[in-house]
Design a protein around this ligand. Structure first.
Ligand code: GLN
Length: 560
């Protein structure tokens, strides 16, 4: 491959502590590079032994994000897709589990015959191959190493990075270290933790070329000088990344800091374009707000991250801020009902297991009976079917077989291909599937097409035996699978906006290209708010932090 065609590798490590926004920083740098006309891709390394995120607790890692190929991955991949406006695949999430699995499979197959299989060189070689495989054909590959420098789990990956630093040309390799610059109670910025984390990297033979200082306030000149001196990077390679309200503005902050121009100089690449569309989308003036109730069981934004983001994107399309009010569905109290009543729209997101279902059903009923714009996503779609079956179609005690195995009317039932499935990892109906949309329906109007390809993650579906009963009672299934036997979209014609999707449209939503069902929901929310005379309830909110529940929303019924 001629030199100028070889991909550039930009590694992003984190220091001091996790949760610094390393992923957002990396994705923002990627966006800035993309704005210059470069073809940018990304890899997220998760140094845990799980093969993928599919069976992980949303309280620990946030939502499980689903890619087009059905991979169940870390939510950071969602940020990369949204910031870079690309579609990624399972290969772009490298985990210790995947790496070790292939090394062990190879050993069993006899590929290393005669050799002692070791972290160096066999595991590190596998890691490098995976990274290079993802980078192929792109100008730049960003590689974010999850966790914090010094974690035992991350060591083989850091060693692989070190080796790549030697193997690649200088201008094909850049190491960016994102670190915390804490404030003392006297308001003084401290650089010692940063110095220590850079020292830890150096001990592993890695020398960061850019240090991004995450802090509450912009880095002071003195802080910058100190980091430059003690971490051995030029002053213009110290980047100030203070907290911002809106993650989509992070690229703008980093651009002002000159991060991408510094990176491009180091990587010896020239701008081919000046795409300003991101700036235009994220800085447009918002002219009002709507309140959307999100009825779920986790009071934790990351557990529904893509739903929050998709709502934000739809808000950008309509020039309104979307304030999301969380409604607890496990033990609904007065405050939850007040939030529901005050809301201009309701979203019931995906979920698993029994906990919170009665609250979700109540919320759906409220929205249906009171003309509140409603969007049900996956489990939310299924709850809308159950609610309609019970309260309109007269199917007493109808339920989802997932929640109540003994229900007399399992209107939601296991997908037939799931009958013999025992393993829980990667075995649901996953990823992109095509939906056929009936003309003359709201869904058709929203998508502007008679087909839509959206991402799925479910084990249950509308039971075909009940479709006639439900449709006879007025529920419209406006979208079905290509085979026609799977219900994918539902709607109620006599309601301002009542839509459910068996798929997860939130995963394909982008800031400049919002998801159609979300655009429709926010549009209807604006109408409702206007009709109600813009009642402002913001002052009423006194969010009491509820006790965190410990049960786990993995892809099987709950443990409670
Ligand atoms: N638990 C439901 C199912 O498996 C819904 C899944 C979801 O909301 N992602 O079908």
């Amino acid at each position: 491959m001629p030199e100028e065609d070889s991909p550039k590798f930009v590694f992003v490590t984190g220091g001091v502590m996790s949760g610094l926004g390393k992923g957002i920083t990396a994705a923002s740098l990627g966006r800035l590079l993309k704005n210059t006309g470069l073809d940018v891709t990304a890899v997220k390394i998760d140094p845990y032994l799980n093969v993928d995120a599919g069976t992980m607790n949303p309280y620990e890692h946030g939502e499980v994000y689903v890619l087009k190929d059905g991979a169940e991955v870390d939510l950071d991949l969602g940020n990369y897709e949204r910031f870079l406006d690309v579609d990624m695949t399972s290969d772009h999430n490298v985990t210790t589990g995947k790496v070790y699995r292939s090394v062990i499979e190879r050993e069993r197959a006899g590929d290393y015959l005669g050799k002692t299989v070791q972290i160096i060189p066999h595991v590190t070689r596998e890691i490098k191959q995976r990274i290079r495989g993802c980078a192929e054909g792109h100008d730049v590959c960003l590689i974010e190493l999850g966790g914090t420098v010094g974690d035992i789990e991350g060591m083989p990956f850091l060693e692989a990075v070190r080796q790549m630093g030697n193997e690649e040309d200088d201008d094909d390799f850049l190491l960016v270290h994102v670190t915390l610059v804490p404030l003392t109670s006297k308001g003084e910025q401290k650089t010692k933790p940063t110095q220590h984390s850079v020292k830890a990297l150096r001990e592993l033979g890695l020398h960061p070329e850019v240090v991004v200082g995450r802090s509450e306030e912009p880095l002071e000149d003195e802080t910058r000088e100190k980091i430059s001196l003690f971490c051995d990077v030029p002053e213009d390679a110290v980047v100030s990344a203070p907290d911002v309200d809106d993650i989509y503005r992070v690229p703008l902050v980093l651009e002002d800091e000159g991060l991408e121009s510094y990176a491009m100089e180091e990587l010896n690449v020239k701008a081919r374009a000046d795409d300003t569309s991101w700036r235009e989308v994220v800085t447009q003036k918002q002219e009002g707000r709507v309140e959307v109730a999100l009825a779920g069981k986790y009071d934790f934004e990351d557990a529904y991250l893509s739903v929050y983001e998709a709502l934000k994107h739809a808000g950008l399309r309509h020039n309104v801020d979307v304030d999301v009010r969380w409604v607890e569905t496990d033990r609904m109290d007065e405050g939850d009902f007040e939030r529901l009543e005050a809301a201009d729209a309701l979203v019931v997101p995906g979920g698993f297991g029994e906990r919170g279902t009665s609250g979700k059903l109540e919320a759906v009923r409220y929205a249906r009976e009171n003309g509140v714009p409603f969007l049900g996503l996956c489990f939310g779609f299924q709850m809308a079917v159950v609610e309609y079956a019970r309260n309109v179609a007269g199917l007493e005690d109808a339920h989802s077989a997932e929640v109540d195995e003994g229900t007399p009317h399992p209107v939601i039932d296991l997908l037939p291909e799931q009958y013999d499935v025992e393993d829980l990892g990667g075995t649901m109906r996953l990823g992109d599937k095509e939906t056929r949309i009936d003309e003359g329906t709201l869904a058709h109007e929203l998508y502007g097409d008679d087909r839509a390809v959206e991402r799925h993650r479910h084990r249950y579906e509308v039971n075909p035996e009940y479709i006639d009963d439900l449709e006879g009672a007025g529920l419209v299934f406006s979208g079905t699978s290509v085979s026609g036997n799977r219900m994918e979209i539902l709607e109620l014609p006599d309601h301002p906006f009542f839509v459910g999707t068996q798929f997860h449209p939130e995963f394909r939503s982008r800031p400049g290209d919002p998801s159609p069902p979300f655009v429709g929901l926010v549009d209807a929310a604006i109408d409702r708010r206007e009709a109600r005379g813009e009642r402002d309830t913001a002052g009423k909110e006194k969010e009491e932090k509820k006790e965190m529940d410990v049960d786990v929303d993995v892809n099987v019924e709950e443990v409670t």
